[in-house]
Design a protein. Sequence first.
Length: 326
Amino acid sequence: WYQRRVHGSLSREDIFATLLPDKIEQIRILARTQVFSSIPLLSKFEAQQKVLIARSLRIDTWPPGSVILRENCKVFASTRRLYIIDKGTCKVSQLADTCGEESPASASDADAAARRSLSHCGSRRSVFGTEDRVVHAGSYFGMLEVLYGCPHQHTLTTVTEVQTLSVSFDEFRTLLSSDPEDYLYLDTMKRSVRIHLLQQVHPLLKESTEEELASVLDSARAKRYAHWETILSRGDALDRLLMLEEGTCIEYDGDASTLMEHTFESVDCWERSRPGETFGTKCAIGRSSSTAPYTLVAVSECMILHISKESLESLPRFKSFSLPPL
């Protein structure tokens, strides 16, 4: 111990050995609440709410090679969870379409991201390749699943022994029910995540402040569509940005009437189910009004956020933005 102290190499375990258990627990709770600041789902909660959640996180230990999350698996009450890696290393994989589409980071039209080929009647997907990356302590997964109840968006596999912290959607509701303003917690989470999703749509939105994007959301309109209802018809004016929040829809290159005529035949479509996927990005951001080149139909109940072109053009970043000629 003396050698480690003299040479300035005290480990966390050495420091914790000098502290009382209550003090150690307080430090851990504080560290967890600081991690929450980087998670849009939790970042806007008050300090006392963050502490309440931090104290209630479930702790799990996973041996190497364990699959914590599996992409496209449906979530239920017990699996609709937000996971935070507390210790260890994981590999995160996501199915990727490698048919030559530009990545969202470089593409001028983020609509091309994460598309999957679908044969309409048989619900058959053809997905090409995977994208893998390594993640460490502080990384989080399951945010969209918790908020929207969508299937898992990634496969998360442990590389080393891993400790995770997690909380489910139902546990959120139970934890916050003692708060007299608990009816606001879902709105708080949804608004913060909407801002986060908007930032992923286009580099100009990523450069905008949260306050500016909040003003865009104030004028946005959320609309729910029934199963088989047409969201957008080919040839419709595209004077807005559409963002998928809940449910599944299909994108078809033909007319809505033609799609209905082929109900019992195999039809090539794109299935869209990831919260945050957008439609009409090119037309809504910087370009003159155009018409929809495809038809969008809900194949389950869907929630779509309609964001007007005017509200986007009012952002300071857009006023100085010039597009290359078409």
